[in-house]
Write a protein that binds this ligand. Sequence first.
Ligand SMILES: [Mg+2]
Length: 194
Amino acid sequence: MRFGFDIDDTLINVREQAFHIYNQKLNTKVPIEEFYQIQRLEIHEPFGMDDIEGSKMWQNMEDEIYFSDIQPFPGALEFLQTLVNKGHDIFYITARSKRHGDRTKQWLKEKGFPLKEDHFFWGMKDEEKINFIQELQLDYYFDDSPYVLKTLLNESVRVFIKDQPYNRSILLPRFESWQDFYFGKDGKLYLSQK
Ligand SMILES: [Mg+2]
């Protein structure tokens, strides 16, 4: 089967890492509890920045954030490795910009993510992502972005949401941990009930 994955904040914990980097750069000590309260993708508000300042800050820090020691979410690596061992195809679909593509690929490989050269797609705006997910004829797709997920509600691909405070209004199967997935005897993917 064909499995598609968003990368940032689905497989790896980018925003939280960025939050620590902001504290270092700005010489602030905004507590991590405030991070967990943020109800949107952007993280600048607890640092007292408006949207324009926040967007500039992100752009300035992007390289440092993306290629720092970001941690995969627990179980993410093992989940993808299991899929490959079972003979499934894995596709990565990310909004990261063209100029970050090659380095992101390299970074993922170094972290141990199974990656085929022609199964990695980057520079995808939300709208393009959606078309692309359809074109790839994925069986399963995993993402955290409320916008992308909302538009996939009526598609045949089975979508799972990586639970985040900013996507809780979307009613699709959601998971907190990659360790919650398992394969049934029928070979299909299931989420264990809490
Ligand atoms: Mg994402």
